[in-house]
Design a protein around this ligand. Structure first.
Ligand code: PMP
Length: 362
């Protein structure tokens, strides 16, 4: 057995060991075809089948209702930041954004390049330590859509409840928490996620789009950035990221075989409560960045009393086999990313390490 590190990377991030082993087994020869999946045409029946199976696995696992398309696109979630206003924000309309942190900000900045935007709710004044109250949003007439970031990967804040936007299409960037828990997909007109946290490796962006969103979309935008192109061609307009889609397929099967999203959520809550407990019971030695009511079950952000001690923590954690605990360079501090594929044992080991580190340095 190879020794696997305790991987708390924020993304690309841990993949399930069973998935990597299955990929290894099929790397040289995929299902008796005499070559790998990377070496065949994306127009082949084998790839078409993989494409279709991956879409239906996601529909089944995420309970996506009829009337939605599952697309596999490229360019990362960052490209969606632009594609959304290009496709859905028309002259005279306003793109609504909830400003919850670094990724919401990037989505908003991109939309500003294309049209009118409005910050409908924000937690900037609280340094993004919570998700703002979105229970009573007053959306102006002419709001083209409301964009939210379901989990702020850098700050570590996650929606516990999604806003009710009535007839205004709700669009969710779920890059860092898709499939971490069941979601009522019918609340959303569109959900998108770069794959490299909970879905697989980087290279593919999953888009779940309600079909009525395609009515009256402009034709003067680049072909590859038009959702219509990908819907019409079933994500096979051009060469798709075949291997990434293949890996997503394996990850979806792993989630299904491990109890689906209800089981994922239960396990994620058990995993993160070990670490949040180590923070909350430390008497202030560790300080959680985010208000308890907005804490993420994917990215746990915390601080120590000063930079020096944080550096010491990272150094020692690395010596103990923990990887990826340094906070994002823009905010500093510490962050443990506990995506679906991060094992319970890794979180338990981290919680124990934290208690031990405090004993030695407290
Ligand atoms: N949104 C969120 C919430 C993210 O965490 C990330 C990546 N860390 C992105 C968008 C950007 O994704 P990509 O790198 O795939 O463009």
């Amino acid at each position: 057995m190879t020794k696997r590190a305790y991987n708390f990377n924020a993304g690309p991030a841990a993949l399930p060991l069973e998935v990597l082993q299955k990929a290894q087994e099929e790397l040289v020869e995929y299902q008796g075809i005499g070559m790998s999946i990377m070496e065949i045409s994306h127009r082949s029946s084998q790839y078409e089948q993989l494409n279709a199976e991956t879409q239906s696995l996601l529909k089944e696992l995420f309970a996506i209702p009829d009337g939605y398309k599952v697309l596999f696109m490229q360019g990362g979630a960052s490209t969606q930041f632009a594609a959304i206003p290009m496709n859905f924000l028309k002259a005279g309309q306003v793109g609504g954004y909830v400003h919850t942190g670094s990724w919401a900000d990037k989505a908003l900045k991109e939309a500003k390049l294309f049209g009118e935007t409005k910050i409908v709710a924000s937690s900037e004044a609280d340094k993004f330590t919570r998700i703002p109250d979105v229970s009573q949003l007053a959306l102006d007439p002419g709001t083209a859509y409301l964009h939210i970031t379901s989990n702020e990967t850098i700050e570590g804040a996650q929606y516990q409840q999604y806003p009710d936007t009535g007839s205004v299409p709700l669009i969710g960037d779920m890059s860092s928490d898709i499939l971490c828990r069941p979601v009522d997909v019918s609340k959303f007109a569109m959900i998108y996620a770069g794959a490299q946290k909970n879905l697989g490796p980087s290279g593919v962006t999953v888009v779940i789009l309600r079909e009525d969103m395609l009515q009256d979309t402009p034709k003067n935008i680049p072909t590859m950035l038009r959702y219509e192109t990908h819907v019409k061609n079933n994500s096979l307009y051009n060469t798709p990221p075949v291997y990434s889609v293949y890996m997503v397929n394996l990850v979806l099967k792993w989630i299904r075989d491990n109890g689906g999203l209800t089981a994922m959520e239960k396990r994620n809550r058990e995993k993160t409560s070990l670490i949040y407990k180590a923070i909350d019971q430390s008497g202030g030695f560790y300080r959680g960045v985010v208000d308890p009511g907005s804490r993420s079950i994917m990215n746990i952000t915390f601080r120590l009393k000063d930079d020096e001690l944080e550096k010491q923590f990272i150094k020692e954690s690395e010596q103990h086999g923990f990887v990826g605990l340094k906070g994002h360079r823009s905010v500093g501090g510490l962050r443990a990313s506990t995506y679906n594929a991060v094992p319970y044992e890794a979180c338990k080991a981290l919680a124990e390490f934290m208690v031990d580190f405090q004993k030695r340095n407290g």
